[in-house]
Ligand binder design. Sequence first.
Ligand code: ADP
Ligand code: NA
Length: 332
Amino acid sequence: RHQPRVFSGIQPSGGLTLGNYLGAIKRFVQMQDSGIETLYCMVDLHAITVWQDPAKLRHATREICAAYIACGLDPERSILFNQSQVAEHAQLAWIFNCVARMGWLNRMTQFKDKAGKNRENASVGLFAYPNLMAADILIYHATHVPVGEDQKQHLELTRDIAAKFNNDFGVDFFPITEPVIEGTATRVMSLRDGSAKMSKSDPSDMSRINLTDDADTIAKKIRKARTDPEALPSEVAGLAERPEARNLVNICAALSDRTADEVLAEYGGRQFSEFKPMLADLAVDRLSPISSRMEELMRDTTEIDRILGAGADRARQIAAPILKQTYDIVGM
Ligand code: ADP
Ligand code: NA
């Protein structure tokens, strides 16, 4: 019943990482190129669930837009915009605050991770964040959402909210959205800790590769990445108890568009002292064209703001009638 439509977003809460690129943006580009209608957002309202320096927030928002374009998103073929410029996201989120149950949100593991021990001092926004995410998606009746594995639970909540709304009001209005979590890099791990995901908000810069890192920095981070002293196995099964080794193999596979087994067919039996320099060269080779294009685009922030303004106008044309219908269903 619902025409295929793709939505996803990234928080401007810092510079982009290799995890964001391999787990999200690469897939965004593939979906755009497959000809489906695609909307990609800078989710600044999500970023401020923890305090952000205003100047840095503005910079990071433009920089993600530059990264989107540098990675192959085309502002004509994809709608690129800033969440806060389309008020319908926040308006639908309020409705969903009234649909979602406290118990559902209490189960969200990302809130527990991000709030840490000091839950009482977390913002209300951080707790209610998944309702806003559901609104981001459902305000466009999006049918598919490409994301990394860390967002799986939030996507399930989005489906629960859509189903409860439809059921509460006896309508078949919101689609039950499908997460698209595919490939070898759906969960890129920290270079310092094989049990934590690589994140732009990790305090240690050595834990991640940033899209803006220069070649020397990328090489140094990969050289210093935590590993174990064993040689590489010849099959993926041999990586089961070796999270750091598995992570580097997966990164290599994703960067070279191969499977992890194909990578191991080539490097099985070799030491990390050989594998790491090869991986560093590969990463530099893939990322340096992106970072130089980003730098070029960031020299003209007026043009970026123009792209974001035009994108928001197009997004609003889809969102406004869906919000109007929602209000109508609710009796407002
Ligand atoms: P971050 O955690 O880096 O702040 P976001 O929450 O803004 O990233 O997520 C943006 C997108 O990038 C989401 O689709 C998320 O699932 C994906 N993503 C984030 N970190 C990783 C990772 N380490 N590996 C794979 N995908 C990731
Ligand atoms: Na995240």
